[in-house]
Design a protein around this ligand. Structure first.
Ligand SMILES: Cc1ncc(COP(=O)(O)O)c(C=O)c1O
Length: 339
């Protein structure tokens, strides 16, 4: 069993915790479990994807009769989010080209859903997973990551996700023999997962009638991958990216792209329109989805629906699809649900 490794909040490379103090080389400390491509796909991986697409029925009252808004419920993936898809593609590719193999640990920076997906897949395939994440990541997420047995390296919260990315890059550079650096922001398997799975599902589930696709922008993988597929099927499909309206925001999973490094997985030329959503608007929409539709979804899902409703209200005809990245369970610590 590899054990979880919890550094102090300001810890960076080479400052392991006082109770373990391994020399730097022992960043490879885990007993290597045999990362194996046998079985090629653990049973849990077969549950990833093929999520339901359902119409919203009450929050859509104000829409024209020939306008429908459908939501794709990615929270129903086994790891609880859309990120199971890219994580599975990244892992399969790395096992296939042997970047991930015996003695190697999958490493990436993520405070959220991708980390949970990696941790789940690491447990199922049998390879260790090490994640760098800001020390103020929500206790719910940290507990889920611990449940799957991931090793955690906490980084300075003031440096946010960029700081966690930097630490992961430093670790990967310093110890190339130990780590497969999955790098969800730049790994093309991220958007490829959506071109191969999410896009075709949406096309099939709408019988090709989708006119608008709305998704939040984090790594940009969802929009770039789904967008590329839908455009290839119908060049008139409108692609709407959703962003927080401020650098400091509470919409977990989304990036204020002006401030962050533009992710390698994001193709901004594909998108027709960016909708900016405030944290308050996203929370209000998430609460409304729970109360009026019986859908308990995360805050970025609220942002996607708030943006999709704006788009849908301006139409006289159309089928708008919004992708809802995760469920609300990881966000129950936020007080706004009760407002
Ligand atoms: C909750 C949530 N919403 C939205 C996104 C954005 O997805 P993508 O990274 O594909 O742009 C993410 C991704 O991190 C997420 O975790």
């Amino acid at each position: 069993m590899h054990k979880a490794h919890h550094t102090e909040p300001r810890a960076t490379v080479g400052t392991p915790p006082e109770d373990e103090t391994p020399p730097v080389a022992e960043w490879c400390w885990h007993a290597p479990r045999s990362a194996t491509s046998e079985p090629v796909s653990p049973a849990v991986a077969s549950l990833i994807g093929n999520t339901p697409l359902i119409p919203l029925q009450r929050v859509t009252d104000s829409l024209a009769p020939e306008v429908a808004l459908y939501v794709k419920l990615e929270g129903l993936n086994p790891g609880g989010s859309v990120k199971d898809r890219p994580a599975l593609f990244i892992v399969r590719q790395a096992l296939g080209n042997e970047k991930l193999g015996p003695g190697k640990t999958l490493l990436d920076a993520t405070s959220g859903n991708t980390g949970i997906a990696y941790a789940m897949l690491g447990a199922a395939f049998g390879f260790p997973v090490q994640l760098t994440l800001p020390a103020d990541s929500s206790p719910e997420r940290v507990q889920i990551l611990r449940a799957y047995g991931a090793q955690l390296v906490f980084t300075d919260p003031a440096d946010r996700t960029e700081g966690a990315r930097r630490v992961a890059e430093e670790l990967a550079r310093a110890h190339p023999a130990c780590f497969f650096h999955a790098d969800q922001y730049a790994n093309p398997a991220n958007s490829l997962a959506h071109t191969v799975t999410t896009g075709p599902e949406i096309w099939a589930q709408t019988a090709g009638r989708v006119t608008h696709f709305v998704a939040g922008l984090g790594t940009g993988g969802t929009m770039t991958g789904v967008g590329a597929y839908l455009r290839a099927r119908n060049r008139d499909v409108h692609l709407v990216g959703v962003q927080p309206d401020q650098r400091r925001h509470g919409i977990s999973g989304l990036k204020y792209l002006k401030a962050a490094n533009p992710p390698g997985n994001y193709d901004p030329t594909l998108v027709d329109m960016i909708q900016m959503v405030s944290t308050e608007e996203a929370r209000a929409a998430a609460r409304q989805l729970a109360r009026d539709e019986g859908l308990f979804v995360g805050i970025s899902s609220g942002a996607a629906v708030a943006a999709a409703l704006r788009v849908a209200r301006a139409l006289t005809q159309g089928l708008v699809v919004a992708l809802l990245p995760d469920g609300g369970f990881k966000y129950t610590g936020d007080p706004f649900w009760a407002e």
